[in-house]
Write a new protein. Sequence first.
Lengths: 753, 160, 312
Amino acid sequence: MNDMTNKWIGQRTIRPDGADKVTGRAQYSADYAMPGMIWGKILRSPHAHARIRSIDTSKAEALPGVKAVVTAKDIVDFPVDKSVMLGIQDMRWMCRNVMAREKALFHGHPVAAVAAINEEVAAEACSLIEVDYEVLPHVIEIEDAIRPDAPILHEWNRFEGKPSNITGTMVLRAGDIEKGFAEADIVVERTFRTRPVHQGYIEPHACTVSCAPDGHVTIWSSSQGQFMVRAMTSLLTGIPQSNIRAIPAEIGGGFGGKTIIYLEPVAVMLSKKSGRPVKMVMTREEVQRATGPAPGILATVKMGAKKDGTIVAAEGTFYLQAGALPGAPLRGPVGCSFAAYAIPNVLSVGYEVCSNRSKVAAYRAPGSPQGAFAAECVLDELAEKLGMDPLELRIKNSAKPGDKAIYGPTFGQVTFRETIEAIRNHPHYTAPLERNPRPGVKRGRGVASGFWYNAGGESSVQVNITEDGNVVVTTGHPDVGGSRASIANVVAELLGIEHSRVNVIIGDTMTIGYSNLTGGSRVTFASAMVATASTERVIGQLRERAARIWGIDPEAVKWEDGMALPAGDNAGRFPPLSLAELAARANEMGGPIGTQVQLNTTGADPGFATHCVDVEVDVELGIIRVIRYTAAQDVGRALHPGYVEGQIQGGVVQGIGWALSEEYLYDSKGRVDNPSFLDYRMPVCSDVPMIEPVMLEIPNPKHPQGVRGVGEAPIVPPLAAIANAVHDALGKRFYALPMSPPRVIERLEEAAE
Amino acid sequence: MSKMHVTTTINGEPVEFLCDPAASMLEVLRGPLGLTGTKEGCGTGDCGACSITLDGRLVCACLMLAVEAEGREIGTIEGMAEGDHLHPLQRKFLEMAALQCGICTPGVLMSARALLEKNPDPTEEEVRFGLAGNLCRCTGYDKIVRAVLETAAEMRGAAR
Amino acid sequence: MHRKRPGGLWRAANGPRGEWTSSMTNIRYLAPQTLEEAVAAFAAAAGAARILAGGTDLLVQMRAGVAKPGTIIDIKKIPEMTAIEDLGGGAFRIGAAVPAAALAEHPTFGKAWPGVLEAISLIGSKQVQGRASPGGNLCNASPAGDSVPAMVAAGAVVTIQGPAGRREMPVEKVPAGPGRTNLAPGEIVVSFTLPARPKGSGDAYLRMIPRTEMDIAVVGCGVNLTMEGGVVTAARVGLGAVAPTVLLVEEAARALIGTRLEEEALEAAAAACRAACRPINDKRGTIAYRIRVAGVLLKRAAAIAARRAGGN
């Protein structure tokens, strides 16, 4: 691990892309235009569930101004009997998600697409496409979809020998839960329900693509991975990867929802067929209807503890929505709900359930917040029944280094306990709280914790020294939240130069080596690791150049504060050589100075978080407001504290929306009833207080800069923390989210338990 | 199909364009005028990403017909800095990491500037309600509010 | 079941073909300088025209394909429609196209009618406030329009101009149902006249929304009181989002008049509001919830109106 001198690392520097972002210069997905460009539009199913018998596009093709029409015939088919994986995505489902094949599986499912000289003509052409649908009964909610008489989405799917909408399961176990529960003095078992929620990125999906006559394709779009864009487009269109250049635009939010693509393959085929560049931009309505939300869950959690607070058994049954096509993040609730605790007997079972709603997509710690809602509320109830402080209960049962995690590996460092203690010792936890401040208003306080795996994965970085002695760093990962700032800090620190001399850009698939997705709390972790390795190699090169100039051994050269110096008096007396001087002499001394490092980074250890929240409830109207929030998390090392704090604060507020106001509403025809930001209610500025992040910097020994991934853990605890605080205020527990005002009033009016 | 001819002022400069009568100001800014700093997040006035000023008043460009710009003064994010001099709000946002993905930032800056022009000494609550029309999904608003409050203090200090 | 039909972009089961189509480019835009021109053009279009004030409803509806006007008549160049006149004694005439922000900036309006001002100021965000107008809010005829319950409570009278000339109408008579008004073909709302304020008058508007801003009212309640010596001598109550149109709840007003707003009087008025509700279940609220909230808001709004009345 390098010496942390804190000149740039840990400083709140100005991000390299900052000026462009605050002046409107930065180019996002929909900001791009190509000469000769035409517009693509998608025709979407008006039915929640229907067999597609035929599609007649002839009238659309005949409309003046229409240049191409695409249907499922133009997208590569992946037969349902053979799984083809790209990362965690199965192309059988991706190809059907991008364009319906045998069936329209949700209202809004793409059925065809048109490219025309402008959006109006494209839209009119869509309306001229005649689709022969055989409308089928639809099903939306988990409980309805698992009934024996439920409409079945995928006839080929069997569960326990029968046609079913359950398309996958996952089981993790430890010990013997029957024995465990027999030992318990107190057992709490509850069933929880949450609704699907959308990632809510403000930037709708968009792309501009150009398919040249020689078959070379350029895709300009924002995503959480340009390599994923290239690979997925290649698989879905049949065009070889080497012919596709995916250039990452600035991205206006992703949170996991942009780790897959919806438009690019369709746009590419429209461009190929029309011979023109094609631009496609989703409306907000399309985003809400037809892009993956996070799943709702139906979860039953049972936990048993001894009188002294030792948790002896935990059982979780988690039904998670997959949406129209298989692929729900079962590893979220199944693996994470109990992971932070050392419980000897565990049975954690997940079922993914298909129903006629849009296919789910990743959302910040996918599946874990839903599972944590259940487990952390049960823990709270357990603490209450045991007469124990809920934080003490967690500390007592915290996993320790060397424990075997429920999901397989053995824990190395475990910093969970420290997050709990950080809350316990924080002034917030012990601040006086007037529970009945005035008539009609109640207040309460709650805590909860959370766990997320984090990820490492492949990353590539180039570090090149410019002829004038400055630095260009090219990274392979889109920057969702200021990772360029952190990378600049690391490189400037290691080279010992002014931060402003380091430029960080994001390469495209033809200019930088393979890099895995931006997601999984990994981009700063992985790119800082390869940036470190890359910069250290460059420093090696610089020392070699100085050595050659001085005629001494490179071992005798050290690099300090941006300069090569003789390592000691024995090395000889030479005046220092600065980066600028060495750069100026680069070509005569052996060529350009720079290198690329590609690694499959490992050592990403989990994220642990513990949160404390105060709520205020207007009991006449049922309105809950968060009035104070403290979030403690081990971040390893905050390379740029401002952006690490920002990850925590942003994740918390998403969790607040999830807990209090966000949900998908459906009408009787299976259509999303609230596909706009008016009625899909995300927190606005006046809805939330300041969010206080407590960053614990316990260096991750597996990372050269001590970094631990931070992006996802913050969204895991809020659901339960807020529910627990509401219980403290009202004396009633909520087992369903969101805790919207009508639901709060209903619960308050129920007879006391 | 007959387009209308519009003569207007954008960021202090005279501009002319042709547009459909039903085109929104947002479409025209982003399309023919190439001013893509104003963003479309929803197109229905619910997110504030398209905030501009119309004769100095904060409005959503998606809720205004482009033809209404005739003879009026339009202000967009591209006009907020003066040459290479960032507006204090722009500078503070960078200093205080009050943006992450940055897509909401142009709209937030336009709103914050309008807020401070009307109320140079806002409370935290006034800032929060003043910015309620601008959705941000990345930051949780904390650093945005702090940056606006600190800029207000700095601007008041400079004015003395 | 087989169904073969042309596909629209978003096809509701009974939706018309081609919502967002080339009809866009056949729209005419007019910006008349006089009311006479506006009325003539509106009447001539025979139902195929829409009035444009702030556009905060119209543009959204056009984009959704719900509104497909052949002609858009922009009335903001007509002086009478954008004027705010202080008529003295608390009386005001407000042009129908005045943006909410202009009313908020007016030096004396908010002092006389804080309830009407706060109602108008709750329509949407600051950005929407820069454009949204009381005329648009009224004529859009959403049951939940924020300004209307307060205008009703204030006893506002609208001035209407049409092909047959000018007339007046109490504001509560204008909405006919969701999206429909009682205006005759070709008629345009020109202005709102708020009556003079007797001493000891105060008004207030409250709404229930799940967030703190940006939502459509689940319930909206406007209360206007005149008090003398602590006793209510006049009252009007407007209730929104609980029926197809905004309600003037006379029963609730009667329950308050002659009282000192004791708990029993407030409860009686609240009960009258609850009884007057004919709400629906929709994505913004349930019937049971709306009924309950109507009573709660009445009490709270009455208390605020009384405080303001006491201060006058």
